[in-house]
Design a protein around this ligand. Structure first.
Ligand code: TMP
Length: 227
């Protein structure tokens, strides 16, 4: 049931990831996709990164600098940040994603490896060839479909203003960091147009969700036709 992407990674047709910056509406889309799949009679596992297992959620707290017992730990170096993202992902893939796919469930993940290319590659400037090595050795799989909810940085900030009373360590980055993240996401979508589809997230949440469901349905029809 899996296909090989251009980069040799296995693409799972029941594995969907959502990507994009802050305020783009990933949660609404995740719920809409989950509902559409449930209505079609599928088991759905919705999950997130960093996170998705108890240990990976602990790594998430470290990464986003959630204080433990009121104590804030030191900010990680860029390389530490990258490796912790992949440590969490290694656990997430083995403990949550692969077992779910193996029993025939659909998996929808709020972020996956594309976020590492965008944030640690684009944003922090880590060599994408190194990230690709980690992706091959530690992850080994790709979603069959990735939806990139694209939104300008200023608009994203506008939407999250007031929602995030306590922005996490990454949310506190400056606009030029998020511009680089956005460019890196868009460059990845241009490089892998078959897997990664861009949705205009300046639309209303309902319109974005409707686009996402339509793309998912087309993807399912195409996968069936080719399988
Ligand atoms: P979110 O749950 O608000 O999307 O927060 C997760 C944060 O972690 C977000 O700022 C993006 C960041 N992140 C990375 O920097 N690299 C990664 O590989 C992943 C999965 C997330």
């Amino acid at each position: 049931m899996t296909a090989l992407g251009d980069n040799g990674l296995e693409r799972h047709p029941h594995f969907v990831s959502l990507e994009g910056g802050e305020g783009a509406g990933k949660t609404t889309v995740l719920n809409a996709l989950r509902d559409a799949l449930l209505q079609a009679g599928h088991e759905v596992v919705s999950t997130r990164e960093p996170g998705g297992t108890p240990m990976a959620e602990q790594i998430r707290n470290l990464l986003l600098n959630v204080p433990v017992d009121g104590v804030q730990h030191e900010p990680p170096a860029a390389e530490t940040e990258l490796l912790l993202m992949f440590a969490a992902r290694a656990q997430h893939v083995r403990e949550t994603i692969l077992p779910a796919l193996a029993r025939g469930a659909w998996v929808i993940s709020d972020r996956f490896t594309d976020s590492s290319y965008a944030y640690q590659g684009g944003g922090r400037g880590i060599d994408s060839a190194f990230i690709a090595e980690l992706e091959h050795h530690v992850v080994g799989i790709q979603p069959g479909l990735t939806l990139l909810l694209d939104l300008g940085v200023a608009q994203g900030r506008e939407r999250t203003r007031g929602r995030d009373l306590y922005p996490d360590r990454i949310e506190r980055e400056r606009d030029d960091f998020f511009e680089k993240v956005r460019s890196a996401f868009l460059a990845r979508a241009r490089a892998e147009p078959e897997r990664m589809r861009v949705i205009d997230a300046t639309q209303s949440a309902a319109e974005v969700a409707a686009d996402a469901v339509a793309i998912l349905r087309m993807f399912i029809a195409r996968t069936k036709a080719s399988g």
